[in-house]
Design a protein around this ligand. Structure first.
Ligand SMILES: CC(C)(COP(=O)(O)OP(=O)(O)OC[C@H]1O[C@@H](n2cnc3c(N)ncnc32)[C@H](O)[C@@H]1OP(=O)(O)O)[C@@H](O)C(=O)NCCC(=O)NCCS
Length: 195
């Protein structure tokens, strides 16, 4: 089993109305790679958001095994209260594609998603020996919380965020039950790692 995440330097946090360092300090001990035993709780957390596509437990098992290195969970006393699942697209290993981000309702607005994203990207960059990484995610136009999360990530790291068309509503649901999913590309993050 992997150890808890290493700390990010406090200097990573430069803006925000909350007390960023305090928020980071309070969440950092809870972050770790997902394990097989988390898959059911991961699926449940995604289902409880009411807005994300709920995938099979099998899919979350894959994220917790083959893709654990590019995924992260927040484990508060055995309760999974936050997650990010992600992977490196096989032909673009310099990209971290963020598939799903979820935070339990009672825990929102406390900086958990931002802390998970910063910690995961830091881990991925460290694994890639400090090489630049670009974060990608598809986000529907109506998901303002998700857009705010990625926008604030871009501002915090001083990198551009570019939006382009990607998956269309018709591709996602022939019955018009899904919005378009344009893709956000954030980066590249090139700043030298300090730890
Ligand atoms: C999106 C989500 C993960 C954000 O989690 P969170 O822990 O509350 O986010 P944070 O507290 O870390 O906030 C990160 C940034 O987003 C902003 N933000 C978060 N929720 C917001 C909302 N509902 N409206 C506007 N901005 C919001 C915060 O102000 C913060 O910006 P700042 O750093 O400039 O202050 C959470 O709302 C969620 O699980 N939503 C349902 C699932 C979902 O939509 N996932 C994203 C698609 S993959």
């Amino acid at each position: 089993m992997h150890a808890r995440e290493k700390y990010l330097p406090a200097s990573t946090w430069t803006i925000g109305s909350r007390s960023p360092v305090k928020q980071h300090n309070s969440w950092r001990h809870l972050l770790r790679r997902p394990a097989e035993s988390d898959a059911i709780a991961m699926r449940r957390l995604v289902a409880e958001t009411g807005v994300l596509d709920v995938n099979s437990t099998y899919a979350y098992l894959l994220m917790a095994t083959d893709f654990a290195e590019t995924s992260i969970v927040a484990d508060r006393d055995g309760e999974i209260c936050g997650l990010i699942t992600g992977y490196h697209p096989p032909t673009r290993p310099e990209v971290l594609f963020v598939w799903q981000v979820a935070v339990a309702r009672a825990t929102r607005g406390t900086g958990l998603a931002a802390t998970m994203l910063d910690t995961l990207v830091h881990r991925v960059r460290r694994n890639r020996h400090g090489h630049p990484v670009t974060v990608e995610a598809t986000v529907s136009p109506g998901n303002s919380a998700s857009r705010a999360l990625f926008g604030s990530f871009a501002r915090r790291h001083g990198v551009p965020m570019v939006e382009q068309p990607c998956f269309t509503a018709a591709q996602l649901d022939p019955n018009n039950g899904h919005e378009d999913e344009p893709i956000l590309s954030i980066g590249p993050l090139t700043a030298p790692l300090t730890d």
